[in-house]
Write a protein that binds this ligand. Structure first.
Ligand SMILES: O=C(O)c1cccc(C(=O)CC[C@H]2O[C@@H](n3cnc4c(=O)[nH]cnc43)[C@H](O)[C@@H]2O)c1
Length: 244
């Protein structure tokens, strides 16, 4: 099974590749570089890991490039996993916990209304604001890694206040985490009819910005441990049909 893993930054990519045998580097058209990890065992997936840059647009562009290159080479990916650190919504997702996405939701793609409300891109009638993950895949990943199951929100602007965190929870009561790339990678995956999953390790609480309180090292270590569990067993093969 071939899996494309999309992270934002190199530190997250390296946390994923640290779970298995050393990767080799493969250039992609345009200059970004895939880190290709061989399967860690007979049942393990082959992981190609890509540091795409921060934000949904960078994730979509890099994931689409990798998906297209793989399809043209005759070895298409079976699954896209968007992974990294994230903000966790209290009290559901404490620091150091892992979250696996039941759905990847574009939380700030839409329009503000005059009363400071919000209409999602779907409510505006322009496509979708959510990509759902096959339930069998969520079950398998949660079972293997101990990850909490919930929605993962994608935002272009990280939350910086308690009021904004409360607004997001009001609109998305099933949300456990917030990050900045998932929906972008999911749009690229959907364009290639490939299923998508988001796996996040919580480095900070969603709310008033306090960079000194981020626990990045612990979150990256949790990410490595999760991928170790996913790399040595046929967990990721527990996927449902590709999206229609
Ligand atoms: O400074 C470092 O050493 C370092 C190492 C790994 C990752 C980082 C990042 O800053 C990654 C940015 C990435 O993290 C996601 N993220 C994390 N917390 C939040 C949040 O509260 N709200 C939104 N996004 C968050 C996000 O996906 C960023 O792209 C630094």
């Amino acid at each position: 099974m071939r899996v494309l893993v999309v992270t934002a930054v190199a530190a997250e990519r390296d946390a994923v590749t640290a779970a298995g045998p050393p990767p080799r580097e493969l250039p992609l058209p345009g200059g970004s570089v895939l880190h290709r990890c061989p399967p860690a065992g007979p049942d393990g997936p082959a992981l190609d890991v890509l540091a795409a840059g921060v934000g949904p647009a960078a994730a979509a562009a890099a994931a689409a490039t990798a998906l297209t290159a793989a399809a043209l080479s005759g070895e298409p990916y079976d699954l896209v996993v968007t992974a990294g650190i994230a903000g966790g919504f209290a009290p559901g997702a404490p620091l150091g916990s892992l979250v696996v996405s039941e759905a990847l939701v574009a939380a700030d793609l839409g329009a503000r209304t005059p009363d400071d409300g919000f209409l999602s891109v779907a409510e505006l009638g322009f496509g979708t604001d959510v990509h759902r993950v096959p339930e069998a895949l969520v079950d398998a990943v949660a079972g293997a890694t101990g990850a909490l199951r919930g929605e993962v929100l994608t935002v272009s602007t990280a939350t910086g206040s308690a009021a904004r965190a409360a607004e997001l929870v009001r609109r998305h009561p099933a949300a456990l985490a917030e990050a900045m790339e998932g929906f972008g990678a999911a749009e690229a995956a959907a364009a290639h009819r490939v299923p998508v999953l988001e796996l996040r390790a919580v480095s900070n609480a969603v709310g008033p910005r306090d960079r000194a309180a981020w626990r990045i090292g612990e979150a990256l270590a949790a990410l490595t441990e999760a991928f170790r569990k996913l790399s040595t067993a046929p967990v990721l093969a527990e996927k449902a049909e590709p999206p229609r």
